[in-house]
Write a new protein. Structure first.
Length: 351
């Protein structure tokens, strides 16, 4: 056990804006570095900080992006294609809502929108390769999620067909990622067809255990589902390729529980919180990930229903740094037991 989690890093998506320092890559990287972040996860849908088309075709542009970050001693952790990957698979019930993730000329055109999304996500594979990255992060999209609660009872075979179609859409994309030497860490997230361990296994089985199908681990989404998010690491650690450090709290009442009654964020039983303000056991998580040799980045994905984002960002870097464990090279028992040769051990045991 010699590997160590890298960090702290910051997912830039929640902080982008039209005013400095949040409106350009050089400015926001300098801001993040000033707060103590050593890495940034870059969203690929916002031209203010990243040109995906250029990144997929121009090594010179990718070298420029890398240099901008390196000038502030910041590493690019992964590229994010969350918004585009969501559009690879959209149930018609969500068409209007998810049109917002696509260019305006594609609104109301689900077939063309999906083709655009596939092109975008494949470009992220090539851009990641040009940047020398080993992984990207995103969503699976959702075809079955409207049928989550079985009332009325789902027709036999509906879920199998939905996951079969999901896999048919994703397998050619993942093959491109494989050719590029890049993993795609799907964020396990309610609203996606893959929202827990059971659904991840369904997806993975439909993909014939594709080697590039990985997990972006975010405990906040598991706490809000009341899952055992530490046991999840025990089960799926070999598939975890990325880590979002996000806090949450779940406070059920006599009026609402996991589904939160359509309440606004501040009134929900389950709420995202700034790091340290929620209920997630991050000491346990960092211990588990270290135990299993996870050497990726601990990336703050900031969301909170109460705290200002800039305060959350400033508190997040030291919080993550304090939780990163320097792995020991040998346990205490190694010191206490010392070293013995085989002959001495046989004599100790009487044979």
């Amino acid at each position: 056990m010699t590997s160590s989690i890298k960090g702290p890093a910051l997912f830039l998506a929640q902080f982008l804006g039209d005013e400095a320092p949040f409106n350009s890559l050089p400015a926001i990287v300098e801001w993040a570095a000033g707060l103590g972040y050593k890495g940034v996860q870059i969203p690929t849908w916002d031209a203010r900080v990243f040109d995906l088309d250029k990144a997929a075709t121009s090594q010179a542009y990718c070298d420029e992006v890398t240099s901008i970050c390196a000038a502030h001693s910041v590493t690019i952790t992964e590229l994010s294609c969350h918004l585009q990957s969501q559009l690879v698979a959209v149930h018609p019930a969500y068409d209007t809502a998810f049109d917002a993730f696509a260019p305006e000329h594609l609104h109301g055109k689900p077939v063309e929108r999906q083709a655009w999304a596939v092109d975008q996500v494949t470009k992220v594979a090539k851009a990641s390769q040009n940047l020398g990255l080993k992984g990207a992060v995103g969503f699976t999209g959702s075809l079955a999620f409207p049928y989550l609660y079985p009332w009325p009872q789902r027709p036999a075979g509906l879920i199998d067909e939905a996951f079969g179609e999901l896999a048919r859409r994703w397998k050619p994309i993942l093959d491109i990622y494989d050719d590029a030497g890049v993993d795609l860490g799907f964020e396990i997230h309610p609203g996606e067809d893959v929202f827990d361990g059971t659904t991840f296994e369904k997806f993975l089985e439909a993909l014939d255990d594709h080697p590039r199908c990985k997990i972006t681990y975010d405990p906040s989404h598991f706490l809000l589902q009341q899952m055992d998010y530490l046991a999840f690491i025990d089960i799926y650690h070999d598939r975890i390729s990325a880590f979002h450090v996000k806090d949450a709290e779940f406070n059920p009442t006599g009026r609402q529980g996991v589904y939160s009654g359509y309440a606004d964020w501040t009134d929900r039983a389950g709420r995202f919180r700034s790091l340290g303000d929620g209920q997630v056991d991050f000491k346990g998580i960092f211990s588990k990930l270290t135990q299993y040799g996870f050497d990726g980045w601990a990336v703050l994905e900031w969301e909170c229903c109460l705290k200002h984002p800039e305060q959350g960002a400033s508190e997040g870097a030291p919080f993550i740094a304090d939780h990163i464990i320097r792995p020991t090279e040998r346990a205490f028992d190694d010191f206490a037991g010392g070293k013995s040769d085989p002959a001495a051990l046989r004599k100790m045991m009487g044979f």
